[in-house]
Design a protein around this ligand. Structure first.
Ligand SMILES: C[S@@+](CC[C@H](N)C(=O)[O-])C[C@H]1O[C@@H](n2cnc3c(N)ncnc32)[C@H](O)[C@@H]1O
Length: 294
């Protein structure tokens, strides 16, 4: 999850340089989890994180910890190398870090550090675990239906994850397209559609800055915890695929973060905001904007 996707209070949770959502206990996972992840995730982990200093050191050097974490998993390193050739230069740099005789304990410690740091990616490999994270497990779909009337509409959910918004919308919408760049999550939604006989949801790949749809396709384009890495490009692309007088909706889940203000990147781009207190006492903001095209 990007540093902006839930705004200010989440940033504080990263102040030690690692993700502290506690969505997973990294001790229960190994670097083999990476074998279940997608190429675009590897780009974040093996190039962008370092380039943008996405993870402050917290007293530890990200590259050294990553080198240690991969030390006992050469097959994971090779997998990343093959799946994401653009990460090869960074992987080479990791391999050049000398091993001064790291102990087993140091290696395992680095492994859990890296897995915890990337827990927001690790959960993409385990949809059932993702469904149990705070913002999804406590969510009530009334918050989507209060924001926008999807009845009879054609809806796109961008970055669907396990389908929190897509399946809620499908109860009233005509058709829902669930766009999701993670293979494991797409397959999870397809299994659910089959198991539950859902007939109006289609699952597709799709990246928020490059959506695989024609202009003016949808009545409603919604997302949750997706917009926030590159606001300008993301909102422009979501607007492109929305019909004149359709709606853009940002409907977040329920968590415990006590946000102090709406996201000014969204309000500054014309989004109305709505605020409520979550079951866990968090302050949650949701947003909507009507698209007007000349
Ligand atoms: C934090 S999860 C939120 C899932 C779901 N929207 C929800 O609120 O329950 C973020 C989701 O966005 C997807 N995602 C991440 N980067 C994306 C991008 N650039 N474009 C589209 N989806 C993206 C991830 O694969 C993941 O499923």
């Amino acid at each position: 999850m990007s540093k902006n996707k839930q705004n200010n209070n989440e940033l504080e949770k990263r102040e030690n340089g690692i993700s502290n959502y506690n969505w997973i206990d990294a001790n229960e996972y190994t670097m083999n989890s990476f074998l279940l992840l997608d190429r675009w995730v590897f780009r974040w982990i093996f190039t962008d994180c370092s380039r943008y200093n996405w993870f402050p050191s917290g007293g530890r050097d990200y590259k050294t910890e990553l080198a240690k974490a991969l030390h006992r998993y050469p097959h994971v390193r090779e997998f990343v190398r093959e799946k994401a050739p653009e990460c090869r230069a960074f992987l080479d740099e990791l391999e050049e870090i000398p091993d001064p005789g790291w102990s087993e304990q140091e290696l395992r410690d680095a492994e859990t550090y890296i897995l915890q740091a990337h827990e927001t990616f690790v959960v993409y490999a385990y949809p059932e675990v993702m469904n149990r994270v705070n913002y999804i497990r406590n969510w009530n779909e009334k918050y989507l239906h209060e924001l926008v009337d999807v009845t009879g509409k054609i809806v796109l959910d961008v970055g669907s994850g396990t389908g929190r918004l897509a399946f809620a919308a499908a109860k009233k919408a005509k058709h829902v397209y669930a766009s999701e760049p993670c293979d494991r999550l797409r397959e999870y939604m397809r299994d659910k559609i089959k198991a539950e006989g859902i007939s109006n949801v289609k699952v597709l790949d799709g990246e928020v800055c490059n959506l695989p749809y024609e202009d003016d396709t949808f009545d409603i384009v919604c997302s949750g915890h997706v917009v926030g890495d590159f606001y300008e490009e993301e909102i422009a692309e979501m607007t492109r695929v929305t019909k004149h007088q359709g709606w853009l909706v940002v409907c977040n889940g329920e968590d415990e973060f006590k946000r102090t203000a709406p996201d000014d990147e969204l309000t500054g781009r014309g989004f109305e905001w709505f605020r409520h207190v979550s079951a866990e006492g968090g302050i949650i903001y949701n947003y909507r904007k009507q698209v007007v095209k000349a």
